[in-house]
Design a protein around this ligand. Structure first.
Ligand code: CO8
Length: 371
């Protein structure tokens, strides 16, 4: 079969940084305000008082220390608690396209290629920026790329599923080189008034060049891909174009991202560990042959638990499974390839494994080898 490579990657993230102490202080002020304003109903037993969040909980439960966001000021303002963005329209580039183009330019430099050498753009993300035209076509137009482009949605597995599509298109002869882009501007969709969610997400974008040509010194050959989906309502958003016509009462907040995080943790960790183990077995590889695991950055405990189950030991060097989540928070589908971008200094011949998992549930695992 035709050899196909990850030839380069690039990342974009906003400058604003929110620390745990800052996000907790804002949330706790909101809670104090809410409890004061609703004192009577709380005293009458009609509603429960809201509870404080804490930096200690966030670090222990998730490993997150900071997150990069598009608008720190308005997220922390307890009268707003969301970033401020303008309606998008035909007069300007979309926020997703701006992020995608920045990441794509870096990926092209890292892959040592020009945009004219790209045959297609596949954009995978957790949230459709709009219904149409697709952001991938907007980016294709800006970068002067011929061929085709489209958007796809697979929750937190959108990046690896998009890489998988690129691989299939290249191996079938449709294209030679494909730009995969994964913008995750998640903070507009976070309910910052919810204690179990307010600390999780950051904003960022990763771009990946997939090619049948070994265009750079730092290419990784794709050895195997494995995908699975299993329906679950544990991570869900009901935001859709149907909202305008819905005849039953729901608030905006009801339609935002919500999750049963603890169930996700308990169900997804064993599922992913078994999935990776069986993929390695099918490829005749021992877990010890994998020099690096670039996993979806939902939670550092999840990453460490999955790796420990796969290798059969909870004692391993932290470099085996990098944790950019500490600095960037959960970047939805961009997390695994952010980890790859920041920590891909393997030696020639070394093998690594990229794996995403998330809403759906969806899992995609890709074994690669440094050329
Ligand atoms: N501060 C203090 N205490 C808290 C807080 C807080 N902020 N939040 C919850 N607690 C309390 C709870 O009330 C609970 O108390 P009690 O034991 O008295 O009931 C206790 O802490 C433990 O709560 P949990 O069991 O919920 O805590 P966990 O240890 O499970 O940690 C996590 C919570 C961090 C959410 C963890 O469950 C987790 O990371 N789970 C995995 C989630 C995951 O992978 N989700 C995937 C999402 S990403 C994806 O698929 C793409 C979606 C699209 C992106 C959306 C962008 C908006």
């Amino acid at each position: 079969m035709q050899d196909i490579y990850i030839a380069g990657t690039g990342i974009w993230y906003p400058e604003d940084i929110i620390t745990n102490d800052e996000i907790v202080s804002s949330f706790n002020s909101y809670v104090d305000n809410f409890n004061e304003q609703n004192k009577q109903m709380i005293n009458d037993g009609q509603i429960e008082p809201l509870a404080h969040s804490s930096t200690e909980f966030i670090e222990k439960a998730s490993g997150i220390k900071t997150r990069h966001v598009i608008d720190k000021k308005n997220i922390l303002d307890i009268n707003k608690m969301m970033p401020s963005v303008e309606h998008e329209d035909a007069s300007k580039l979309s926020i997703h396209a701006i992020a995608g183009i920045e990441a794509a330019k870096k990926a092209m430099i890292s892959a040592n290629i020009e945009s004219t050498e790209i045959d297609a753009v596949i954009l995978g993300t957790s949230h459709a920026a709009r219904n149409y035209p697709s952001v991938a076509i907007e980016i294709q137009n800006e970068l002067g790329i011929d061929g085709y482009a489209y958007d796809m949605l697979v929750g937190c597995s959108s990046t690896t599923f998009a890489i998988n599509n690129a691989f299939s298109d290249i191996s079938s002869g449709l294209a030679e080189t494909i730009l995969v882009i994964n913008p995750e501007i998640s903070t507009p969709f976070v309910n910052y008034a919810k204690r179990d969610i307010h600390f999780i997400f950051g904003d960022g974008c990763v771009a990946t060049i997939i090619s049948k040509n070994k265009t750079s010194e730092n290419c990784y050959k794709i050895i195997d891909r494995k995908l699975i989906t299993k329906f679950s309502n544990n991570i869900r958003s009901d935001w859709s174009y149907l909202v305008r016509a819905a005849n039953n009462d729901k608030t905006f907040d009801d339609l935002l991202f919500y999750q049963n995080g603890n169930s996700v943790f308990k169900e997804v960790c064993p599922m992913v560990a078994e999935f990776i183990s069986s993929q390695l077995k099918n490829n005749g590889m021992k877990p010890s042959e994998i020099s690096r695991f670039w996993l979806h950055q939902a939670n550092s405990r999840m990453v460490n638990l999955i790796v420990s189950k796969v290798i059969g030991s909870d004692e391993f060097d932290s470099s085996l499974a990098p944790l950019p989540i500490e600095k960037f928070g959960n970047l939805a589908s961009a997390g695994s390839m952010f980890a790859f971008n920041l920590h891909n200094n393997l030696e020639s011949g070394d093998k690594g494994l990229i794996c995403s998992f998330g809403a759906g549930y969806s899992v995609c695992s890709i074994i690669v080898q440094k050329t």
